[in-house]
Ligand binder design. Structure first.
Ligand code: RIB
Ligand code: CA
Length: 315
């Protein structure tokens, strides 16, 4: 039986790769996509999600538009990282399908409440939708099967401020609500995603297959690689989101620790910083499993194999 997942996402170049990996993985049933602001506006992330689904002949997957703004902070987008459209140099045709009328938060609540202990929520953008869904219907905390979150930096430096990762920096108050909700969280921070670099030779391997999928991946990741080179002197690009998605059906890619993790919502330089109480100074019970070890090539081989298979199926 496939694992039923909902993807809460801000596509976004690496988000788009996570959507493709979900579609290419028979272990998963993608029940819906909820979109959020982050890499680009929610209007744009919604259009992108619809276009990516059409690219992969998966327009049957419903898309639900989410919140346009963080809970408290001003909106922060990252066109320098993902391009003005959010998909780098990739040009996808405008989607035929439209988003559902239901708000993303109401979709998350309805789906989780109607299928207790069956839904895996994979949150790979700022956590605004998830936080509001918790506030509107706290019972989803007990009813959700598990919540995989791409976000935070525990021992690793930030990628948006010296201390903070993008998703927790864009909406730290939402992250605070989710982290302290009691939901069964598995966190995938930069500590492990920064070891999963999509290299030029990985892209060259995919380009051996002539397909709209490989052309999209090439056009999208070329922009992402240029960003990583210019801003972080990284040869390749960090594909945070598909790595998080892969843990839903291949958790052995990572090693985990049960930790108490918090997020800084003060107004100082640490805003959005995530930190773990490794020595349990505060004597608080762990609130999540944190991926701190990773087998990068196990993930990358899985990703490349699944992209090759998907590309061969889409001409
Ligand atoms: O910090 C990386 C995360 O922020 C990824 O999910 C990326 O898509 C952006 O949302
Ligand atoms: Ca993302």
């Amino acid at each position: 039986m496939p694992k039923h997942i909902i993807l809460d996402t801000d596509p976004g170049i690496d988000d788009s790769l996570a959507i493709l990996l979900a579609l290419a993985s028979p272990e998963l049933a993608l029940d819906g996509i909820s979109t959020i602001h982050g890499n680009v506006s929610t209007a744009q992330t919604t259009t992108n999600a619809l276009s990516i689904l059409e690219l992969a002949n998966a327009s049957h997957v419903p898309v639900y538009k989410g919140c346009d703004l963080p809970l408290v902070k001003e909106s922060l987008l990252s066109p320098e990282t993902h391009g003005d459209t959010g998909l780098g140099y990739a040009k996808l045709s405008a989607p035929q399908a439209q988003a559902q009328a239901q708000h993303a938060c109401d979709f998350l609540i309805e789906k989780i409440m109607s299928s207790p202990d069956e839904i895996t929520l994979v949150a790979i953008g700022p956590l605004t939708n998830v936080a509001l869904a918790i506030r509107k219907e706290p019972h989803i905390i007990q009813k959700v099967k598990e919540v995989l979150i791409m976000g935070g930096a525990i021992r690793h430096q930030g990628n948006t401020t010296p201390l903070a990762e993008f998703n927790t920096y864009v909406d730290p108050h939402a992250a605070h609500i989710v982290f302290h909700s009691g939901m069964p969280i598995i966190l995938t921070p930069l500590d492990v995603t920064y070891q999963c670099i999509f290299l030029k030779e990985d892209l060259d391997r995919l380009l051996k297959i002539d397909s709209p999928i490989t052309k999209f991946i090439s056009d999208a990741t070329r922009f992402y690689m240029e960003f990583h080179d210019e801003y972080q002197k990284i040869d390749g690009c960090v594909i945070n989101d598909p790595m998080t998605l892969a843990l839903t059906f291949m958790p052995e890619i990572c090693d985990y620790e049960e930790l108490y993790v918090d997020v800084d919502i003060s107004t100082g330089v640490g805003l959005g910083n995530t930190f773990a109480d490794f020595y349990n100074y505060d004597k608080k019970a762990p609130n999540m499993k944190v991926a701190l070890g990773v087998r990068p090539r196990m993930f990358m081989e899985l990703f490349l194999e699944r992209m090759e298979k998907l590309a061969k199926s889409i001409s």
